[in-house]
Ligand binder design. Structure first.
Ligand code: GLA
Length: 716
């Protein structure tokens, strides 16, 4: 049973295959957190009481520091999950238990503030075989007056206080440098990791992992880790805070960012937060990633394509930028087809007066000069070559130099008495407006209905400014942050419902909008505008920590930020680590390069079921300074353990270097596997799964920027 209420102990017990979480219903109707960690054999093994806390008039009293959902009453030292104002100015909440419901793997617990008539429903879900749990909260105003919400987080997680000192791992970055791993000790005080620019953000990603410092620190295969993330693409925050209360107490509060947030909860209305996804690993960072990946593939990604392999795509953006015309795209499509590409994508530049980033966004009609016969003949040509056709859009944006803006300047976010600030010459449309949503649904629906389009790349290319609108009342302007994303998710879902066979990719100047919220509406992600094959490795490492390979698009392009002698093999193998794309200017490829590229595409297709459908194993320690490593190596193991693949990319080469053996977990210990590909001299041709895990193998990595690919298959 994944969820039980143990009557005698008054304990809610949530269990996955290997983990457990428990909440005490205390005598005064409060919910107190008592356990988060490894699953234990018997219910009596779990602590029936929260950890002891000090009683002092200067701190939080009673057991409130162990509250399952801290709210402002007397808990003022820690991040509350709710801050609000009732109509009479009262700013505290007195909640007590009303009832709960358990339905197999989901639990709701209702608490109520009787005086003001506000119900708070805590919801939990258990995904037992993923070792993942989720939680969120709904506030229902059952009173007569509006309540002003200033903060509503999805949850606050209390970590054990007797483990030692903690270390936080999180992902930060910038445009072209996404998903860099950062690590730091958790200290008394608050550390806030957040997004507040109306998109998930390049700066931070809503993911955290906490393990221990020093010798107890986790590796890929050992050590305890408490981790999680938020399923939301608008403003978000993760607060890691520690207070000294005799012992150090550490909490992680996660949810929609309260920065510039406000919500009027009218009588009878409900406010629901996004899901906080969380997990515990007793065996290192490897399972953190594999559990998240499995959960996301089985329970978040849109079902239509969740289990399908992603097609190999070609996109000419980095080759020709805005210079897309029917004739030129046809010529390059013919070459792409020769490589074995399955999906040909026309990127930015096909619509309106879009000759540069100065104009056209908002006018989603085909440019009549570039495509005098419309898109039909190009699509037909692409389909005749055996490829699907895909297209780029950026629906949430508008250039002031566009027909749409000239007709509806009020549709862009703005303040009435301020000149709107442009970034990349564009403004953001107010998706909280129904008319804006209707317009976008109309133009995109007809684009998809009138063309044989199999894929949409949906971009979002600026951070916000002037997040206001003349339409919304002055007191409710701060609701836009949430309403924008409610509108976006609704819009994409409507389009998907009408066009169920279209694959949707989320892009935001590269990997600016990658999170578990948008993942419920999009099938894959553009990872970074930085496509240099060496720069990509730490970006891909960070992406893979939280999100699965089949959603991580990686292109082979002509970018070379490091003036490095990259071989085509190196460029391809760097891109093999996710979904494969090609963005090189194929007119610059020699016949030999075309042949070699076709070989690599065929090789990728052979290995794709293992890479996209299997499980990820990092073969180097997860590292916040991966550029210091000699080589970067990952393995993918097929679900049925019959096959695996190892990709190892060298960064530097020194004759004194002691090459590292690569040790791959996850195979059947007593089964013999045949090894082929780039093995160092004198490495065996076959090994048992156990030997692959313990003695490992040595790849052949000779010379600067060498790249090795090793295939592993059950022998016999
Ligand atoms: C963003 C994307 C690129 C490309 C351009 C088009 O920067 O990340 O891949 O689509 O927009 O303008």
């Amino acid at each position: 049973m994944p969820i039980q209420f143990l009557k005698e102990q008054q304990l809610f017990l949530l269990e996955t295959d290997h983990t457990a979480y428990s909440i005490l219903l205390a005598s005064h109707g409060q919910l107190l957190h008592t356990y988060w960690g490894e699953k234990l054999p018997f219910p009596d093994d779990y602590p029936g009481k929260p950890l002891n806390v000090a009683h002092s008039a200067f701190g939080t009293w009673g057991n409130d520091l162990a509250s399952e959902f801290p709210v402002p009453y007397n808990v003022l030292e820690i991040e509350p999950c709710v801050r609000l104002r009732f109509a009479d100015g009262t700013r505290d909440l007195r909640l007590s238990y009303v009832e709960h419901h358990i339905d197999d793997d989901s639990l709701t617990i209702d608490l109520k503030d009787e005086f003001y008539g506000l119900t708070l429903r805590l919801a939990y879900q258990v995904f037992a075989d993923c070792d993942i749990m989720t939680r969120r909260v709904s506030l229902v105003n059952t009173g007569h007056d509006s309540v002003r919400l200033d903060e509503v987080l999805s949850g606050s997680l209390l970590l054990p206080d007797d483990k030692g000192d903690f270390r936080l791992s999180h992902l930060s970055g910038a445009h072209m440098v996404e998903f860099q791993l950062d690590r730091e000790p958790v200290q008394p005080g608050r550390k806030v990791v957040e997004g507040r620019q109306n998109y998930t953000g390049h700066t931070n990603n809503p993911f955290f992992a906490i393990d221990m410092t020093g010798p107890l620190g986790a590796t890929e295969t050992s050590g305890e880790i408490w981790y999680g993330g938020l399923a939301w693409s608008g403003n978000w925050k993760i607060v890691v805070e520690q207070i000294r209360s005799h012992r150090k107490r550490t909490r992680v509060a996660v949810g929609i960012n309260d920065w510039d947030f406000e919500w009027e909860l009218k009588a009878g209305e409900t406010f629901e937060t996004p899901w906080l996804v969380f997990g515990y690993s007793a065996t290192g960072f490897g399972p953190v990633s594999r559990n998240l990946h499995k959960y996301q593939i089985e329970h978040i990604l849109p079902a239509r394509f969740a289990h399908d392999l992603r097609p190999v795509l070609y996109n000419s953006w980095e080759a020709v930028f805005f210079d897309v015309t029917e004739a030129a795209q046809m010529r390059i499509a013919t070459k792409a087809a020769k490589l074995g590409v399955e999906l040909f994508v026309v990127d930015d530049g096909w619509f309106g007066e879009r000759h540069s980033d100065n104009a056209g966004l908002g006018d989603w009609e085909v440019n009549p000069v570039k495509f005098p016969r419309g898109l039909g003949p190009l699509i037909q040509h692409v389909n005749d070559l055996g490829m699907m056709f895909g297209i780029w859009v950026e629906p949430e944006m508008v250039n002031p130099n566009s027909n749409l803006y000239r007709a509806h300047p009020e549709w862009a976010y703005h303040y009435p008495n301020r000149v709107p600030t442009e970034a990349r010459n564009q403004l953001i449309l107010n998706l909280s407006r129904d008319d804006v949503q209707e317009y976008l649904f109309g133009v995109l629906d007809s684009l998809l209905a009138n063309h044989n389009i199999a894929y949409v790349k949906w971009d979002y290319n600026r951070a916000i400014s002037e997040a206001g609108s003349a339409e919304a009342p002055a007191t409710n302007q701060r609701e836009h942050w949430v309403r924008h994303y409610q509108g976006l998710y609704r819009l994409v879902d409507r389009l998907r419902e009408r066009h169920p066979d279209v694959l949707f990719e989320s892009c935001s100047g590269g990997g600016g909008r990658v999170d578990m919220g948008i993942m419920a509406h999009f099938d894959q992600f553009w990872t970074s505008d930085n496509t240099d094959p060496l720069d990509r490795l730490p970006i891909q490492q960070g992406f893979g920590l939280a999100y699965p390979a089949k959603t991580m698009f990686s292109w082979v392009t002509d970018m070379n930020n490091n003036a490095a002698p990259y071989s085509l093999r190196y460029r391809f193998l760097s891109s093999f680590m996710g979904g494969l794309g090609i963005g090189s200017n194929l007119h610059h490829f020699s016949d030999e390069q075309m042949q070699e590229a076709a070989h690599w595409v065929a090789e990728y297709k052979r290995l794709r079921p293992i890479i996209q459908g299997g499980e990820l194993y990092r073969l180097n320690p997860l590292d916040d300074q991966p550029e210091r490593k000699d080589a970067y190596a990952v393995g993918y193991v097929a679900k049925d353990k019959s096959q695996a693949v190892i990709i190892a990319l060298d960064r530097t080469s020194h004759f004194w270097r002691n090459p590292r053996r690569l040790r791959l977990e996850g195979l059947e210990p007593n089964t013999l596997y045949r090894l082929s590909g780039d093995l160092a001299d004198r490495e065996p041709g076959q090994l048992s799964g156990q030997a692959l895990r313990t003695r490992g193998i040595l790849p052949r990595l000779e010379g600067e920027l060498a790249a090795a690919l090793i295939s592993i298959e059950k022998a016999g």
